[in-house]
Design a protein around this ligand. Structure first.
Ligand SMILES: [Zn+2]
Length: 322
């Protein structure tokens, strides 16, 4: 049985979320995936790992991705049905979730990040309303940011600008469609960076800017890079308690919006898989996943992925294999 779980470089909580797998045992009466395609044991599948409750205020308004109950507190293996976590060679899919057969054309490595980062950024850019011809700023060229560049281009963005401070990541962002990259170390002055973004967006500023960094201090700068009426997409800063200083009148006078998303609706996963097939030759997908570790080397994988206080890491993303 294959099982790959992609490791991001920042937050442990993310790691629990990324996985695809092959079907070890189908439940009784299950013969197809969520799109009605025949499914058998041994088929590779991608799936939602969160379960909107279906009966809260958000669910009743048909916004399952906003359901506050869709993720439970982490439970250990002693709690039935025992197989709750992605760092394992088996995982139990509960009734009511969505499951999608993985196209044969895709390598395991290409699919490891389909939940997060790929589905996450597709849904985020969708919610932020990216449209044909838009100018998009992406703060952070980690796994999320690099894939967001490719997705934004595929959605029709005319200009994608990626900001980071690690040259290797910025190079990867360019390989995935970024038209311009901004190295914080080369342009240390915030005013100068905002000026460059204005210059690259015809003087107007970006239609959409995204925090895919995870450090809230970048948020005011991203909002400043927006055009009047633009939308700021918040995905990166998931740590509770993290804050930033901001002058709210800039939102008011700039008619700017901030939207936050966590996870996505199930429709995103099959589109993400189609996107990987469709862009197999357009973007260098094998470069996203740079390392593989067996499950018993998980601590090593985390240590090598850590990039805080480091100039660089050789890992863009790592996968765990059983
Ligand atoms: Zn709900």
């Amino acid at each position: 049985m294959t099982h790959e779980t992609a490791i991001s470089d920042v937050e442990i909580i993310w790691i629990l979320m990324f996985s695809f797998d092959s079907v070890a045992k189908l439940g009784s009466g299950i013969a197809t995936d969520s799109l009605g395609r025949p499914l058998k044991e041994g088929d590779r599948v991608a799936y939602t790992y969160f379960y909107p409750c279906g009966r809260c205020y958000a669910c009743l308004h048909k916004e399952p991705a906003a359901c506050p109950h869709k993720i439970e507190r982490p439970v250990g293996p002693s709690t039935f049905p025992h197989l709750h976590g992605a760092f394992a060679d088996h995982y139990y899919l509960r009734p009511g979730g969505a499951i999608f057969k993985v196209p044969d054309q895709l390598a395991d490595e290409a699919v490891a990040g389909v939940n997060c980062a790929l589905s996450q950024v597709i849904y985020g850019l969708h919610v932020a309303g990216v449209r044909f011809g838009d100018r998009v700023v992406i703060q952070g060229a980690g796994g999320l940011g690099v894939q967001a560049a490719a997705v934004a281009k595929d959605m029709g963005a005319a200009t994608v600008i990626v900001v980071d401070q690690i040259p290797g990541r910025l190079e990867l962002a360019r390989a995935f469609g970024a038209d311009h990259t901004l190295n914080l170390k080369e342009v240390p002055d915030r005013k100068e960076r905002v000026k460059l973004v204005r210059q690259w967006t015809g003087g107007a500023g970006a239609d959409v800017a995204c925090d895919l960094v995870g450090f809230p201090a970048v948020i005011p700068e991203g909002i400043e890079m927006l055009r009047s009426g633009g939308t700021y997409l918040e995905i990166g800063t998931i740590s509770r308690g993290a804050t930033f200083d901001f002058e709210p009148s800039l939102l008011v006078w700039g008619s700017k919006k901030i939207v936050g998303v966590i996870q996505y609706d199930p429709w995103v996963i099959p589109r993400a898989l189609d996107f990987l097939v469709r862009t197999k030759d357009r973007w260098p997908w094998p470069r996203i996943l740079s390392h593989k570790y067996s499950l018993d080397k998980i601590n090593e994988a985390f240590a090598a992925s850590e990039w805080h206080n480091k100039e660089t890491t050789s890992i863009t993303r790592a996968a765990l294999t059983p």
